[in-house]
Design a protein around this ligand. Structure first.
Ligand SMILES: *Cc1c(COP(=O)(O)O)cnc(C)c1O
Length: 224
């Protein structure tokens, strides 16, 4: 089987599963965005995805992503979703249309400094881990203050929240929790409509609990 056929089949199957989950949740499919997580995969795979109509790609390394961005058409939305390093953020701001993993004011400040003329959409990453903040993300009890501080900064738009399910996630609890956190958050930050949650292992559950952005890599492109 050619790589293109393999990717096309995997993509069709993932999309079908998203559609089924959306129907179960009585949600409109148009409010759910599939971000294909292309990190570690070669440019040829991204070209195939592009030919198949995909326009939302997720990357987690600045150097790797910068090279890919140069080689692909410019009607793609690039999502940065890895752990942020201050010294890379300036470069990330050049290519990323969305930054998913902001969890500290110092990162938002750097983004603000870079994006005065063209505001950048960010997601605030919420930690669902025990101990809290052990794998990145802000403690949910500190989320509102962080968002208030970031709201003061020009050039940064809080588009929504992002979360990674805890290790050994047993199913729905983490997603229920993040949906609740997001729902409360939207009362105060009405523009923060998006919720980035759900990966290859759990995206159907994420759809049931309100995710608008699914970050899916291995189910489409294979194991890294
Ligand atoms: C790698 C990664 C994904 C994609 O994971 P898969 O299991 O390959 O679908 C999603 N989100 C984040 C933050 C990641 O680092």
């Amino acid at each position: 089987m050619s790589r293109k056929v393999e990717i096309r089949n995997n993509l069709a199957s993932v999309k079908e599963r998203i559609a089924v989950a959306a129907q179960k949740a009585q949600r409109d499919l148009s409010e759910i965005t599939l971000v294909v997580v292309t990190k570690t995969f070669e440019v040829g795979d991204l070209e195939i995805l592009y030919e198949l109509g995909e326009r939302e790609f997720g990357e987690n390394r600045d150097q790797e992503a910068s090279k890919k961005v140069e080689q692909l058409p410019d009607d793609i939305n690039w999502h940065f979703q890895g752990q942020i390093q201050s010294n890379k953020l300036k470069s990330i701001c050049k290519w990323a249309d969305f930054i998913h993993s902001v969890d500290q004011i110092k990162y938002a400040q750097i983004i603000s400094d870079q994006c005065q003329t063209k505001p950048k959409s960010i997601f605030l990453q919420v930690s669902l881990d025990t101990p809290v903040e052990s794998r990145g993300g802000v403690d949910p009890v500190k989320l509102e203050n962080l968002a208030l501080d970031i709201s003061e900064l020009p050039g940064v738009v809080i588009a929504g929240l992002m979360a990674v399910a805890p290790m050994n996630n047993e199913g729905v609890e983490a997603f229920k929790r993040v949906q609740m956190i997001h729902s409360n958050f939207k009362h105060k930050f009405a523009q923060a409509k998006l919720l980035s949650a759900g990966m290859s292992g759990d995206f159907e559950t994420a759809v049931l609990y309100g995710a608008t952005h699914l970050r899916i890599g291995s189910s489409i492109l294979g194991n890294r």
